[in-house]
Ligand binder design. Structure first.
Ligand code: PEP
Length: 256
């Protein structure tokens, strides 16, 4: 983390977990545990839980986000949700390009770009996920993959809009597998993504952008990962479903 230059953001990705009533109970438990955090605390929840989450987090330092967004304002897109619809919920963040969407739901670099632009135009903060598969890492393509995904997703996004973008480096091989990138691996790729942002925008823009690491971050390994100079937070799946564990990660993200 480099808190002098950029915000540390610890965000949970609940994926397809928790009912509205479970949402209320979980946030009620989490609130006091993270009340003195100095980093930003975000929970990205399923659409059906958004109103419950916003209500349960009201008056606390926990911000609510969702896990996807469609690019059209409205229309015949069964099962999708637009920025205009989300605007009335109180959600502030949107995850875009998560590898599970890329893997299981045919998300492409093109649709990630459309979703990113729609979310930004709608006034949301975007958590943009990029990361290589195990095969790509073994073949030596990690840097090429994250450069390509980052550049494609940010096509048409202005330097001013970039201020509302958080990049989450999430190696696919580390998501939900219990296999975490080492502190050095995470920092190396985050540092490279910052170089990509400097090439696409400017040095100052890159230095001001929060770049998280995600992939089996947990209460035991968070402090080491977050101590790295280019790891400005975490996107946390499994451990975000356990309030005490998540609060330990938030505490690590609040260390100076
Ligand atoms: C994620 O869903 O973005 C994630 C990193 O999951 P996990 O922490 O469970 O690996």
């Amino acid at each position: 983390m480099n808190t002098a230059l950029r915000k540390t953001v610890i965000a949970g990705n609940w994926k397809m977990n928790n009912t509205p009533s479970e949402t209320k109970a979980m946030i009620a438990e989490l609130r006091p545990l993270v009340a003195d955090a100095t980093c930003d605390v975000v929970l990205c929840v399923p659409y059906v839980d958004v109103f419950a989450a916003v209500e349960a987090a009201a008056g606390s330092n926990i911000k609510i986000g969702v896990e996807n967004i469609h690019w059209a304002e409205k229309g015949a897109y069964t099962g999708e949700i637009s920025a205009k619809m989300l605007a009335e919920t109180g959600a502030e963040y949107v995850i875009v390009g998560h590898s599970e969407r890329r893997q299981y739901f045919n998300e492409t670099d093109k649709t990630v770009n459309l979703r990113t632009k729609a979310a930004l135009a709608g006034g949301f903060k975007v958590i943009l996920c990029v990361g290589e598969t195990l095969d790509q890492r073994r073949s030596g393509y990690t840097f090429e993959v994250v450069r390509h995904q980052t550049a494609m997703a940010l096509t048409g996004v202005s330097a001013d809009e970039l201020k509302n973008v958080i990049i989450a480096y999430e190696p696919v091989w580390a998501i939900g597998t219990g296999e975490t990138a080492t502190d050095e691996q995470a920092n190396e790729v985050n540092c490279y993504i910052r170089k990509v942002l400097a090439d696409l925008y400017c040095e100052n823009c890159a230095n001001a952008t929060t770049i998280q690491y995600g992939g089996s971050m947990n209460a035991g390994n968070a402090a080491g990962l977050l101590a790295q100079p280019d790891v400005d937070g975490g996107l946390i799946g499994g451990a975000s479903l356990k309030p005490v564990d998540f609060s330990v990660i938030v505490k690590a993200g609040s260390a100076e």
